[in-house]
Write a protein that binds this ligand. Sequence first.
Ligand code: TMP
Ligand code: MG
Length: 214
Amino acid sequence: MARGKLILIEGLDRTGKSTQTEKLVKSLGDNALLVKFPERSTQIGGLIDQYLTNPEFLLPDQAIHLLFSANRWEIAESMKRSLLKGQHVVMDRYVYSGVAYSAAKDTKGMDLNWCLQPDKGLLKPDLTLFLTNSDSELRQGFGEERYECTDFQDKVRGQFAAIFDTLEDPDYKSKHIKFLDTTHKTIEEVHQLVRAVTSDYIQGHADVNEFIYF
Ligand code: TMP
Ligand code: MG
């Protein structure tokens, strides 16, 4: 039986990732599963949630980085089992967020390469849809969590660009990563785009069964 595809929707805060992952999973029907990172319901996820929501809950930048990665590792095996059963797994954030948000802190020694190391060996997405949006109203109205402010988001944007321009393998990038500009588009218009790109990919790669790894 053909394995399912690992599909990732990535981007900055407030680019519509959660809405679009939910809509994509629904449109793929019974055969798809939604996985959101961070997954806050696990023990490690509980620590991450405290770190994000409580400004007094302090952790060294290296420690919280490793927790975000550990949170992916604790779900890695069950994701692989679902894929092997033929289910598509749609993720809301994954390794690229892990690397970009931590590298944006400019902490000594925590460059892109350092940040990627703990995720080495995780499954690599078959298809990443990176959502960008330059609607000016998105620059206001961030929530209350750590990282949700314009200055930091600008730094994260720079790190995402550096990942895709310098860290990621160009051959992998050209085959497996698509950039979707959602500026001035409605939720439904973006969904139709996401759906079209995803269906094309799934149909075009139906017989590819080997996994790719970070
Ligand atoms: P969320 O808003 O998608 O729930 O993510 C919470 C925050 O965590 C968001 O600002 C991005 C950040 N983040 C990291 O810093 N590292 C990671 O590995 C992940 C998955 C998210
Ligand atoms: Mg958020």
